[in-house]
Design a protein around this ligand. Structure first.
Ligand code: ATP
Ligand code: MG
Length: 711
């Protein structure tokens, strides 16, 4: 096919060139993974800025993660003449945050409002739900209900939204007196957030929308200014984000939605993939499609397509790989006894690859549950392989990181009672009861130590002055503060000791050091992400604003800034969206994890399949799926028995997967053909593999036995 050269360097195919050439009016780009959607987005932005006379502050690119935003920024920077400023590129949440920081006063949001993470928000809400709903499962339902209300962009305090809210309540099983109970609790939660000057995630979308509706002059100004808006990964926007988008980009505007329905993986968080379709209908958008896959080898492209074809109600696509198969082209499945040997196996392969000259930066390990990361971390640490945990909001699932951010929050906003409750663990003898007494006593709880034990009061005093110091030092010094504040240091060490004890390991100095390293690494990652963000934020901003910007990592999820040293990426599949690596390992390609099952039921099989599709399509040259028969999720419940993922059969249609057995006594050496297939579990596959025509593949019996028929 003919291709087009733009700006003298980038090659685009005909379909891509049309997207890049799109000028005015609404448009949708619908295409599969690796087809160049994101690339077209940045190319188009560059063209609009240099050729169409759109100014930098008239163009905005919205995407799903800070990492994706950072990449777009870099790519665009290299395509623009030096004198041109970069347009605004970020997530919906950071866009909302920016609006709130500048204009929030109109709706009563102070400049030093602190952001709390989802877990803190959940606990705070839970406290209000406790009285009307003593039953824990009811409360979980109510938290989910609150998320749904927010994701729909509804305002619990607005009369006009009541019918829609009551409808959602009804659907969630809250009617009659339950309805009254839940509405009261949710309303109290909203009021408490405002009183304490705290924001949660959804506030960053809902409050800006409220602000724009209230301040029509501001809305008009914004509309005039933002002439050209693109949303990448649009399949994962929710109703509230779509509403916000409509407020800033009415129908007549140039607005592009870019996405892939097969990669919709946030329905569980109330994303509405239908937004794309609604947008096309409501805006009368021009539709562009791309079919060539530039990212992956043919085996990976075919495997991914074969898998996702098992879903219904999807946009039919016929992707084909532009790349020719290189020698090490392919999809592999490796079978282990248990998750520990699986972690060792992954680390060994990575070690071997890097020893042969592969850069660690070219390798990623993806997993379905963050808990699995700790196994890989340990295995990599022992081999001294540098790695980083790519976060999304994953890093926030660690207590040490939460504690660190809570310190930052309390330093900036003394009324942030959630942050205070978390910090309670730092002060020996304080406990939840002590915190409760302090909060009950008045508006600046840290000042009210009167009813505490002498020991606790002393600790609180120490904490208060350390926090004052932290506030003055600014967000750049947060990590330094954690490392040098006695209370924080002893807390970290105590935790490390406890986990060593639980693992039955001897606690000597070097073991303790090793156990502390992951926590330090995570906190370092947070600090670097913050500092990177602060670099782009105004240097002369007030201390409060600098803190607010620094802590915004909570909202969009942190992504560690690239350092000079290339590192292996560890990352949840959810957070891997839009990214790519030459070699991708999937850790735990097992039924129960992929698809994820709770008590043997899979909640949303199509979404789980899309998630597997996302994982597969991150790989450029090699994808290695790892399965273990017993997987320890670290929940304390011991290892769980698992079968290989049912998606294996679906991927395997259309081409073969190379199988490697690493189970005790069954291990297949690299040259499998010399080995008799073990009776249990494997049978010979007649098809030779692409890169070795003489090799025969092995297919686990369970694939044909267990999951029966496939289409
Ligand atoms: P995803 O759905 O996973 O987000 P995508 O459609 O956004 O994928 P990109 O990330 O833009 O795809 O592109 C995938 C890879 O293909 C990138 O490495 C990109 O540079 C490369 N690529 C895209 N178009 C071309 C092209 N015309 N020629 C060469 N390489 C290309
Ligand atoms: Mg993309």
């Amino acid at each position: 096919s003919r291709s087009l050269v733009i700006g003298g360097c980038a090659m685009l195919d005909n379909d891509q060139a049309q997207v890049v050439a799109h000028d005015d009016g609404p448009a949708a780009v619908l295409a599969g993974a690796g087809s160049g959607k994101t690339r077209c987005t940045t190319e188009r932005a560059a063209r609009r800025l240099t050729e169409s006379g759109v100014s930098s502050d008239g163009l905005m690119l919205l995407t799903f993660t800070n990492k994706a935003a950072a990449e777009m920024r870099e790519r665009l920077r290299s395509r623009l003449p030096k004198q041109l400023a970069l347009p605004w590129i970020g997530t919906f949440h950071s866009f909302g945050n920016r609006l709130l920081r500048s204009y929030g006063k109109t709706i009563g949001i102070p400049k030093n409002a602190t952001l709390m993470d989802a877990d803190d928000a959940g606990r705070m809400l839970d406290a209000f739900l406790a009285a009307p709903f003593p039953d824990k499962t009811r409360r979980i339902d109510a938290v989910r209900l609150n998320e749904a209300i927010n994701a729909h962009g509804l305002d619990i305090t607005a009369e006009a939204d009541r019918p829609a809210i009551e409808h959602l309540c009804d659907k969630a099983g809250f009617s009659g007196h339950l309805l009254r109970g839940v509405l009261t609790a949710l309303t109290r939660y909203e009021k408490e957030k405002r009183r304490a000057g705290i924001l949660d995630f959804s506030d960053l979308i809902l409050l800006p929308a409220r602000l724009l509706r209230k301040d029509e002059a501001l809305q008009e100004r914004l509309r005039q200014q933002l002439r050209d808006v693109t949303v990448d990964e649009a399949q994962d926007t929710d109703g509230a984000q779509f509403r916000l988008l409509k407020l800033i980009s009415p129908h007549s505007r140039t607005v592009l939605l870019v996405g892939d329905d097969d990669q919709a993986i946030y329905e569980w968080r109330h994303a509405r993939p239908e937004n794309m379709r609604d947008f096309i209908d409501e805006y009368g958008a021009t539709i562009y499609r791309l079919e060539r896959n530039y990212r992956s080898t043919p085996a990976i492209v075919t495997g991914g397509a074969a898998l996702v074809r098992h879903n219904e109600n999807r946009l039919e696509k016929n992707p084909y790989a532009v790349r020719k198969a290189p020698e090490r082209d392919g999809v592999r499945l490796i079978h282990y006894d248990d998750s520990d040997t699986m972690a060792e196996g992954v680390a060994d392969r990575i070690h071997a690859a890097t020893a042969q000259g592969t850069s660690p930066g070219d390798i990623a390990v993806l997993y379905r549950k963050n808990r699995l990361a700790r196994l890989i971390e340990t295995a990599l640490l022992r081999r001294a392989i540098p790695y980083r945990i790519k976060a999304g909001t994953d890093l926030l699932s660690y207590a040490d990181v939460r504690m660190m951010l809570a310190a930052g929050r309390l330093a900036i906003n003394r009324r942030d009672v959630r942050a205070l409750s978390r910090l309670a663990d730092l002060v020996p003898g304080l406990g939840a009861k002590g915190v409760g007494q302090m909060i009950a006593a008045g508006d600046d709880p840290l000042q009210h130590t009167g009813r505490l034990s002498a020991k606790a009061a002393k600790g609180v005093g120490e904490l208060a002055s350390a926090l004052e110091q932290l506030y003055r030092d600014g967000p750049d010094k947060l990590l330094h503060w954690c490392e040098n504040t006695g209370l924080f240091r002893s807390w970290l060490q105590q935790r490390a000791k406890n986990s060593l004890k639980a693992a039955g390991r001897p606690i000597d100095r070097s073991e303790l050091e090793l156990a502390l390293r992951p926590a330090k690494g995570r906190m370092g990652a947070i600090q670097r992400a913050m500092s990177k963000r602060l670099e782009t934020a105004a240097r002369n901003a007030s201390l409060d604003e600098r803190w607010a910007t620094g802590l915004e990592v909570i909202a969009g999820g942190t992504d560690e800034a690239e350092t000079d040293q290339p590192k292996v990426t560890l990352c949840s599949i959810h957070a891997s969206k839009g990214l790519e690596w030459p070699i991708v390992h999937v850790f735990g390609f097992s039924d129960g994890l992929m698809p994820m099952a709770r008590e043997d039921t899979v909640e949303n099989l199509p979404e789980e399949r899309r998630l597997a599709y996302v994982a597969l399509t991150r790989a450029q040259n090699q994808i290695v799926l790892h399965h273990a028969e017993r997987i320890d999720l670290g929940t304390g419940g011991g290892a769980e028995e698992m079968q290989v993922s049912r998606f294996m059969v679906e991927i395997n249609r259309g081409h073969q997967i190379e199988l490697i057995d690493r189970r005790q006594g069954k291990s297949t050496p690299d040259n499998e053909e010399s080995q008799k297939p073990p009776k249990t579990g494997w049978r010979k596959c007649v098809r030779p593999s692409t890169h070795n025509p003489n090799r025969q593949c092995l297919i686990p019996y369970c694939l044909t036995r267990q999951h029966g028929t496939t289409r």
